[in-house]
Design a protein. Structure first.
Length: 162
């Protein structure tokens, strides 16, 4: 289990290490390195998802490890409260950025003609905090849309006992 503390409150995440071993191990590595501390949720789209894990408050992207293989074909679905790896148009480009699904987003699932986005965990406690983050005012900043006007900072992400 991983406990996130943010400027909006805390939430706990369970990783699906059996179904998404590469993504879970990659995420855990970033947590153990303290990488997420001081990063922000830089993309907030109500009714869709919140994304974070890559930028600091100045909208500068942090240096990451090499990208990982996309595990979207693991059978897991992008349901409300699940965490998925964010990526570019390159299928195997995920590094540190992740998103939390605010609703069931079946169009992000692995299917014929769409490789999809790899689900690797779920929020087990604190969906009210996730929903609060989804409700913040957003605007354009640093060349990006949907950025919270007041930064939503991840102050810490730590491994905790289940």
């Amino acid at each position: 289990m991983i406990r996130f503390e943010t400027t909006q409150g805390g939430f706990t995440v369970e990783l699906f290490e059996g179904e998404a071993p590469l993504s879970a191990a990659n995420f855990l590595r970033y947590v153990q390195e303290g990488f997420f501390d001081g990063t922000i949720f830089h993309r907030v789209i109500p009714g869709f998802m919140i994304q974070g894990g890559g930028f600091n408050e100045d909208m500068r992207q942090k240096r990451t490890h090499e990208p990982i293989k996309n595990e979207a074909d693991n059978g897991l679905k992008n349901l409300r409260g699940t965490l998925s790896m964010a990526r570019t148009n390159d299928l195997h480009s995920a590094t540190s950025q992740f998103f939390v699904n605010l609703v069931d987003n079946a169009f992000l699932d692995h299917q014929k003609g769409n490789f999809g986005y790899a689900v690797f965990g779920r929020v087990t406690d604190g969906m009210d905090v996730i929903d609060a983050i989804a409700g913040v005012e957003t605007g354009r900043r640093g060349g990006h849309d949907d950025v919270p006007v007041s930064a939503v900072v991840i102050t810490s992400a730590r491994v905790v006992a289940a």
